[in-house]
Design a protein around this ligand. Sequence first.
Ligand SMILES: [Zn+2]
Length: 243
Amino acid sequence: MRSTNRSHARRTALQAAAFLVAATALLAPAQQPAPAPSAPPVVPSSPTSRFVVVLDAAHGGDDSGARIDSGSEKDVALALSVKLRSLLAARGFQVITTRESDATLDAVHRAEIANRSGAQACLSLHATESGSGIHLFASSLTPAAPTRIPAWKTAQGGFVTRSLALAGVVNSALQHANIPVTVGRTALPGVDSMTCPAIAVEIAPLHPANAAITSPADPAYQSQIAEALAAALLEWKTEARQP
Ligand SMILES: [Zn+2]
């Protein structure tokens, strides 16, 4: 008998399949950092950052303003604006003017230009034949907390306190230049709608003792005022930068 020794090799021992479960669990895909909430743009605080001054030469075009000598207030205002603009530009200010020519411009348009600019100082420039030296005016509106969408005709209310501080700095600079100053408060249609520290600067004649009266139309007088105003705005800028 033929032994059929067909022993099927059997794998009697079941090799326990050791499934080594890789302990190294697959890492979840690297998580992206959560998107940061949109942050407001960082305004650089270096001395080169934006410091905007608005110069508003009052009147113009059909509106001549007061009579000054043989000319008009609108021309004196524009001449002062041009002189002051170049002095400020030379000192690193960004200057925005409401008019550069004999253009007609209403109060709403002037305030719109000022409010779009995000200015740190707005000067409305006037001239008169009455009184003496420089008349500074801040708005007569009651100081109010600034609001995001202020009422148009009283928008300056949120800035009156700063405007009075600006008037103080300008007053000091003019007195330092030996120019007599009076400071007052009044309703100012353009300025009352401005959302920036804002004042009106009105040039009146100079009445020096024992000397001839200097007219607001005198270019040298205008230059002297422009220099003092530029010095004041430089001081205003320095104060604004202090923490
Ligand atoms: Zn005027």
